[in-house]
Design a protein around this ligand. Structure first.
Ligand code: FCB
Length: 421
C-alpha cells in the first residue's frame, strides 16, 4: 500500500509535541524552584510558557500538529491536601485547552511529571502512602471540571525515571542515593495511585468519547557492550530488571492491566555498559568518544531505532493495549542528525504497526528547547529554539520543525528524506 519509501500512517493518527510544566512554564513553586542545574540554570522562568502559551499554540498549529501532550501542575491547583482547586490557575489551563481545541489540537493531559506540590514534598513525597489519597482527591476534582474537554489522560510520566533519578542516582530532588527501599515504595505508591485515579477518570470522563488513561513508561534497552563480559551483562540485567520489569509489573501486572486503556511509551534508545560504565553522553562520555566505539548518540543516549520495533512488539504481545509514543526526540545541534534519527524511528514505528501493533499517536519531545532537569539548558530537544539570552525569549523554528510539519501534514514519512516530510 505504500508507494516506494513513503510510509503512510492511518487516518486519525495523532501527531503532537510534548512539554512538561517545570520544563517550560516558569513561575512555578515545586522542588525544582530552588534547584540549580549542572549548567547553573534554574526553572524559574524557563520558556515562560505560563504567559506565552497562546503564541506557542500558534506555533503548534503552524507545525500542522493535531495533538499536544502537556502537564497540569498539581501545586498550582491545590495549596494543601484536599483543598479546593485554585480557580484562577484552573481558568488558565482551561483557556489553554480551549485554544488548542479551537485549532483542532487534541490535548493529552499529564497529571504528574517529576514534580509535586511543596506540601507533598515536605511530607515525604511519594515515599509516604498518604500521598495516594491526596493525589486521587486532586484528580477527582480536576476531572470534574475537565471531563468534557479532555479524553486523553496520562497519569504518571516515567515513574521509573523519577524514582530512579530521585532515590537511586541523586540527580533529581530530593537527591537521595541508593535508597532502594524508597525507590520501590515510590513505584508501589504511584502504581496504586494510578489504579485509583484511572478508575475515577474512566467513571467520570465525558468528553464525547471513552476516556483513555495510561502511564508513560520510559523504555531504555540496557545491554553489555561486550556480549561475553559477565560483569557488564549483570549490570545491564540489574538495570533492566529494576527499571523495566519491576516497574511494568507494578503498573500493569496481574489484574492492574485492566486499569489502563493504553500504554504511553517514551522511547529514546539504549544504554550499553563497558567496565561498569554507562556509555552515554548523559553519564559524561563525550559523543565524539562514543563515536569511536561505533555508537550513534545524541547528547543524551545511544540511538537504537531497531529497538522500537522490539519494545512495541513485546508490549503488544504482553498487554494487548494500544500505544501512544508519548515522547521521542533527540538533543543535538546537528539538525541533519536529528532528521535522520526522526525518520529512522518513524520508519521503525511504521514497521511495528504494519506488524500488527496498534499505535495511535506520536509526540515529539519537545516543542521548545527547555529546562532539561539536572542538565539545565544544555540539551537542545526543541523543534523551536528559544533564545534564553533575550528576556523576550523569542522562539524560532529549527530545520527539523519544517521536516516534522511535512510529516504531520501528509500523515506520512519518507524514509529517504526526499519529497514529502
Ligand atoms: C524524558 C522526560 C522529559 C525529558 C526527556 C528528554 O525522560 O520525560 O521530561 O526530560 O526525557
Amino acid at each position: 500500500m505504500n508507494s516506494g519509501d513513503v510510509l503512510k500512517f492511518p487516518p486519525g493518527f495523532l501527531w503532537g509535541t510534548a512539554t512538561s510544566p517545570t520544563q517550560v512554564e516558569g513561575h512555578i513553586e515545586n522542588e525544582w524552584t530552588h534547584f540549580t542545574a549542572q549548567d547553573g540554570g534554574h526553572c524559574r522562568i524557563a520558556c515562560d510558557h505560563y504567559h506565552r502559551y497562546p503564541e506557542d499554540i500558534e506555533w503548534m498549529a503552524r507545525l500542522g500538529t493535531n495533538a499536544y501532550r502537556f502537564g497540569i501542575e498539581w501545586g498550582r491547583l491545590q495549596s494543601a491536601p484536599f483543598a479546593p482547586l485554585n480557580q484562577k490557575e484552573l481558568a488558565r489551563y482551561m483557556d489553554l485547552i480551549d485554544r488548542l481545541q479551537a485549532k483542532g489540537i487534541t490535548p493529552m493531559v499529564v497529571l504528574h511529571h517529576f514534580s509535586n506540590p511543596p506540601w507533598i514534598n515536605t511530607a515525604g513525597g511519594w515515599t509516604n502512602a498518604a500521598t495516594i489519597p491526596a493525589f486521587v482527591d486532586y484528580v477527582t476534582k480536576l476531572i470534574a471540571v475537565l471531563k468534557d474537554r479532555v479524553y486523553l489522560w496520562n497519569t504518571f510520566n516515567e515513574p521509573d525515571t523519577y524514582a530512579c533519578v530521585a532515590y537511586l542516582l541523586g540527580g533529581f530532588p530530593p537527591q537521595r542515593k541508593w535508597k532502594l527501599g524508597q525507590f520501590r515504595r515510590v513505584i508501589d505508591h504511584m502504581a496504586r495511585a494510578h489504579v485509583q485515579a484511572s478508575r475515577v477518570i474512566r467513571r467520570e470522563g465525558d468528553a464525547g468519547r471513552q476516556p483513555e488513561v495510561g502511564i508513560a513508561k520510559n523504555w531504555t534497552f540496557f545491554h553489555a557492550y561486550q556480549r561475553f563480559s559477565p560483569w557488564d551483562r549483570t549490570t545491564a540485567f540489574a538495570c533492566h530488571y529494576t527499571f523495566n520489569k519491576f516497574v511494568l509489573d507494578a503498573f500493569l501486572g496481574g489484574g492492574r492491566r485492566r486499569d489502563s486503556t493504553f500504554i504511553g511509551l517514551n522511547y529514546y534508545g539504549r544504554v550499553r555498559f563497558h567496565h561498569f560504565r554507562a556509555m552515554i553522553p548523559a553519564s559524561g562520555t563525550p559523543v565524539k568518544t562514543l563515536k569511536d566505539f561505533g555508537f550513534v548518540c545524541d547528547d543524551m543516549v545511544e540511538r537504537y531505532p531497531a529497538g522500537l520495533v522490539k519494545i512495541l512488539s513485546y508490549l503488544h504481545r504482553k498487554f494487548r493495549l494500544p500505544v501512544y509514543i508519548t515522547e521521542h526526540g533527540a538533543a543535538s545541534d546537528d539538525e541533519p542528525f536529528r532528521e535522520r534519527d526522526l525518520r529512522e524511528n518513524l520508519a521503525a514505528l511504521h514497521g511495528a504497526m504494519a506488524g500488527g501493533v496498534e499505535v495511535r499517536g506520536f509526540f515529539y519531545w519537545s516543542l521548545l528547547d527547555n529546562f532539561e532537569w539536572q542538565f539545565g539548558y544544555t540539551k537542545k530537544f526543541g523543534l523551536l529554539a528559544v533564545d534564553f539570552a533575550d528576556e523576550k525569549l523569542p522562539r524560532s523554528p529549527k530545520p527539523l520543525a519544517a521536516v516534522f510539519a511535512g510529516i504531520c501534514r501528509t500523515n506520512a514519512v519518507d524514509r529517504l528524506g526526499s519529497g514529502i516530510g
